[in-house]
Design a protein around this ligand. Structure first.
Ligand code: ASN
Ligand code: ZN
Ligand code: CA
Length: 333
């Protein structure tokens, strides 16, 4: 018989010891989350196609915290998917990626020395490599939420993955990657406006991306310019990430959870933040009700202002902050 909604324990690579929702089938437990649409976590065991095998075992304890234990990255992936599910449900009232209560699935241990993670619309699934050399499995909370958010974007705005819309697509994944990490409130992987700070992808402990000043990565842009649509979408995301940071926290220097940020503005004028709780509501409403496949930076400004007007009114401090934050990245005035 099947007994969904077992309370397992994961010893993750990045997030310490966490609760995992699992399923008991006969005398064996497996990584199927019956509380979140049946989301499953599979072991590709270095393969690159299909689903491999569903993680299962005789006890409901998963991994030991070390990446050399194949269950550890699975625990991270299962946890990250559950957090992202809970975030969209509890903060935005959306049940699953399509809003239909149906879970996706995760695949870990993809290929050999694969240093990436990705969402695929065709399998409706997330896939994680183990990294190589100093890089660890790409299964931190922000990476998991980033990839799962690609599924959300595909099923809502459908932002085309090239040009300015591609940058907005990438930024949407970074924005909610960050907000899910804050939502998790995990003491081993605290919330920040950095993306991928846990996975050591640069080999020197620095993150993949910075939202307060995206150019800190050496390639992303801080502000919009005509022609930004022709650079890689992981760099043209910079201005929108910067917009979200400014709208949430404001310009200048600020320390949050032990990380110090210093966010500039392209017009030299200060931005007063409205807090992440309001900023995430605005971006989600714009993504799901205003943006389309061809939305560009100018359209993102219009869309977020429309969303803000609906949420807080056009005479509100929130509306002015959205105007100011776009001006600060050289969009509109
Ligand atoms: N991890 C990357 C991303 O989510 C994979 C890619 O470039 N498609 O953007
Ligand atoms: Zn992405
Ligand atoms: Ca992070």
């Amino acid at each position: 018989e099947w007994q969904a909604v077992q309370n397992g324990t994961g010893h993750t690579v990045y997030s310490g010891t966490v609760d995992l929702t699992t399923t008991l089938s006969g005398s064996s437990y497996n990584l199927t989350d019956g509380a979140r649409g049946g989301h499953k976590t599979y072991n590709l065991n270095r393969g690159t196609s299909g689903t491999g095998t569903l993680f299962s075992g005789s006890d409901d304890v998963w991994g030991n915290g070390s990446p050399s234990n194949l269950e550890s990255a699975a625990a991270d992936a299962h946890y990250g998917a559950a957090l992202t599910w809970d975030y969209y449900k509890n903060v935005h009232g959306r049940s699953g990626i399509r809003g239909d209560g149906v879970g996706a699935y995760s695949r870990v241990h993809y290929g050999n020395n694969y240093v990436n993670a990705f969402w695929s619309d065709s399998c409706f699934c997330m896939t994680y490599g183990d990294g190589s050399g100093n890089t660890n499995p790409l299964t931190s909370i922000d990476v998991a939420a980033h990839e799962m958010t690609h599924g959300l974007t595909s099923n809502t705005a459908g932002l085309n993955y090239s040009g300015e819309s591609g940058g907005l697509n990438e930024a949407t994944s970074d924005i909610f990657g960050s907000t899910v990490e804050f939502y998790a409130n995990n003491s081993s992987d605290v919330g920040d406006y950095l993306i991928g700070e846990e996975i050591n992808i640069n080999g020197d402990g620095t993150p993949l991306r910075y939202m307060d000043k995206p150019s800190r990565d050496g390639a992303s842009k801080d502000s919009w310019y005509s022609g930004i649509g022709s650079i890689d979408v992981h760099y043209s995301s910079g201005p929108a990430n910067h917009f979200f940071y400014l709208l949430s926290e404001g310009s200048g220097t600020k320390t949050i959870n032990g990380v110090t940020y210093n966010s500039p503005t392209s017009d030299g004028l200060p931005v007063t933040g409205i807090g992440r709780a309001k900023a995430e509501k605005i971006w989600f409403r714009a993504l799901t009700t205003k943006f389309t496949s061809t939305t560009n930076y100018a359209g993102a400004r219009t869309g977020t202002l429309a969303a803000t007007g609906e949420l807080y009114g056009t005479s509100s401090a929130e509306y002015k902050a959205v105007q100011d934050a776009w001006a600060a990245i050289n969009v509109g005035s």
